[in-house]
Design a protein around this ligand. Sequence first.
Ligand code: MG
Length: 382
Amino acid sequence: MVFSAVIVAAGSSTRAGPGAPKPWRSLGGRPILLWSIEAFAAAGARQIVVVVADGWVDEAADLLRPFDSVSVVRGGSTRADSVQAGLKALTGAADAPVLVHDAARPLLTRDHVETLLAALAAADGAVPALPMADTLKRGADGVISETAPRDGLWRAQTPQAFRLATLLDAYAAWPADAEPTDDAAVVEKAGGRVVMTPGDPRLMKLTYPEDFAMAEQLAGGARITRIGQGIDAHRWGPGDAVWLCGVRIDHDQTLIGHSDADAGLHALTDAILGAIGEGDIGEHFPPSDPQWKGAASDRFLQHAVDILAGKGGRIINADVTLVCERPKIRPHRGAMRQRLAELLGVPIDRVSVKATTTEGMGFTGRQEGLLAQAIVSVETPA
Ligand code: MG
């Protein structure tokens, strides 16, 4: 389903102890803000607007440059002002779903998003909520004055889903002298019907210093590893050089193809697309399209890497095998690994290029063509 997201990252984080504001602290080695952005991107968000505090706009723009669906706006003095600033930056239709989320809840998954969008179909708003498990006490100065009934009480989390116009109209009607603690409260007050979806302890809001350690432990399960493989073959023909794994090698033949026929890069491109369920190279770059005639194949690989990055993913490692009798690959292996590492954005020890022959058997043995196989592992949000 088409949806947009507003991530509020403009709070002052006064309860979280010393250090940078929460969105900029590290969780699992990455800024907390990035976790929500990657989750929304993986869930297919059309547009993501990040609302940051004054003074953090440049930092945010830098961090978010790889995501073309993400924009950054400056927040207001209250959460409500910041949410409205984010909503105004959205370009979707009035009835398009928008999810408003606190950056301080980084362990969001695609499942949370899909559940909320499904619930919104029959409501004016949808909010993940957890039942109260603990007994509620009222008290002051360390002494209990009363045990409060917890029946019918829920803990509301984010993201919270609404249609854009519903939320904008509700905010317009909200009294200027009151401060809502979440967006659902605003829609409820305007008479909207807001439903609850199952909450998740992983959507905890990082508030106090000890919350960060707990989130570190939970974060381990929020990303998954995927494997992809690709195979490509091209026919030998007359020529004086061949492109393999992004490196030009002088040779008494060339590989024939619509592009530069770099079978190594084609196999690797297919492996990445395969790992993330994004079809194959022929779908993204149809051989019938004249613009790809003679094209350098590194742009195909770059495209696959960009799609992966747009989903919040990254390459873990890649292993390419070239099957041919000639040319000798070993003298070029270092340059190939170097070039692939550059294109994939990983250290060189994450890239392997191997070569083998088929001892004269089959089409590679008869030197009719060259075969390449690639396997990659990638890490993406769950
Ligand atoms: Mg090919």
